[in-house]
Write a protein that binds this ligand. Structure first.
Ligand code: ASP
Ligand code: MG
Length: 410
């Protein structure tokens, strides 16, 4: 008997029929003698619908109230799923985030989980219930409803698996695993049987939409065994996310590059011609961080007397970042120019094989130059090379790199 957390995304609960088939799948696992905790997202499209609804009152809603509104999507799903399980004769009980006592910090809209109590939920599991938990939500120390950021149900699943010491966390989604890149862009993309946490983390943070970044971080930190599977197929082992040490045991040749990720959600901000003095980076980026705006790539270029700063933020936050720079920062730093550009995309090659091989970056730059694609920014880590390019070349770049690194179906 194993304790398994099964997380189902929006497409798996999109209609009452899908919810019934989800329940059948859970029933099969239950019949094999496993204890099951189900985590569900809102019915597909529902979170977007709720955000649009709030926007009809105001386009700048208070984040507390927005969370009250958008957390209802998952509440509908847990009730529906529990009903479907009960119809099959199973004991099932729904739990909202606050009923589980998923304690988060108070950052509405992107709250982080601090602690999971789960006492009463555990009792129910021991008494044979399938417990159905609302993904994406928790509550802060004052009892306010919070949400974990888009795609946050993945994190709920992993966090619950960690808190319960589950044997495996299965993420059911509309793809049957993790691919070398998005098959919608490159039809020859290949499903990976396994991938390391670090690679998955890079892929997720570089724009692969399969898993929420935070959920992968969580799984790596708490050593949760994570598997991505299709919610539409009965068979198949999906993609197992493992630790580098474990995958080495297999004695398999590590591929140089595991995947190509891309992301068109970022915007570039250039702060040009600022004095090259100690503290300038902090003066520019401090207020951005204080406003809780995430910064991804940062590049500083030293000139003769002045320096240029370029960094990327989420597209949705470009306006806010520019406003902060122009009103709060510019009076002190007197930059020659501050420019925002949201017409960019980031393309990354990811692979642990890079640690022991040279030449990945140069191969990447050669491929892009052969396609006539100009590189605006470059950022590297031990297992990743990322470039920022003009958005219209993104798909071309992904296809060319996927081919150059020989990632196609054999
Ligand atoms: N329903 C939320 C969203 O669409 C959370 C999730 O699906 O994971 O972002
Ligand atoms: Mg999702």
């Amino acid at each position: 008997m194993a304790l398994i957390v099964q997380k189902f995304g929006g497409t798996s609960v999109a209609t009452p029929e899908r919810i019934k088939s989800l329940a059948n799948r859970v029933n099969r696992f239950k019949k094999q003698g496993h204890q099951i905790v189900v985590v569900v997202s809102a019915m597909s499209g529902e979170t977007n619908r709720l955000i649009a609804l709030a926007n009809e009152i105001t386009t700048t809603p208070s984040l507390r109230e927005l969370d009250v509104i958008i957390s209802t999507g998952e509440q509908v799903s847990i009730g529906m799923t529990a009903l479907a399980l009960q119809e099959l004769g199973l004991k099932a009980k729904s739990y909202t985030g606050s009923q589980v006592k998923i304690l988060t910090d108070a950052s509405n809209g992107k709250a982080r989980i601090i602690d999971i109590d789960g006492q009463s939920m555990k009792k129910d599991i021991d008494n044979g219930y399938v417990v159905v938990v609302a993904g994406f939500q928790g509550c802060d120390a004052d009892g306010n409803i919070t949400t974990l950021g888009r795609g946050g149900s993945d994190t709920t699943g992993v966090a619950l698996a960690a808190a319960l010491g589950a044997d495996e966390c299965q993420i059911y989604t509309d793809v049957d695993g993790v691919y070398t890149t998005d098959p919608r862009v490159v039809p020859e993309a290949r499903r990976l049987d396994r991938i390391t946490f670090e690679e998955m983390l890079e892929l997720a943070s570089q724009g692969s939409k399969v898993l929420q970044t935070r959920s992968v971080e969580f799984a790596g930190k708490y050593k949760v065994k994570l598997r991505v599977l299709s919610s539409f197929e009965e068979e198949g082992n999906g993609t197992l996310i493992t630790f580098e040490e474990d995958s080495k045991d297999d004695n398999m040749e590590q591929p140089l590059i595991s995947g190509i990720a891309f992301n068109r959600d970022e915007a570039k901000i250039m702060v040009l011609g600022v004095p090259d003095t100690p503290g300038i980076a902090y003066q520019i980026l401090g207020p951005i961080a204080d406003a809780n705006i995430d910064v991804d790539i940062i590049i500083q270029n030293q000139g003769a007397k002045t320096t240029d700063f370029t960094f990327t933020v989420h597209k949705n936050e470009m306006k806010k970042a520019l406003e902060i720079l122009n009103t709060k920062v510019q009076p002190d730093i007197h930059a020659r120019e501050i420019i925002g550009d949201d017409n960019i995309a980031k393309v990354s090659a990811v692979g642990v094989g890079m640690r022991s091989h040279v030449g990945v970056a140069s191969q990447m730059f050669r491929t892009l130059s052969e396609e006539g694609i100009n590189i605006q920014m470059i950022s590297t880590s031990e297992i990743k090379v990322a470039v920022v390019i003009e958005e219209k070349y993104m798909e071309l770049a992904v296809r060319a790199l996927h081919k150059a690194f020989e990632l196609e179906e054999a």
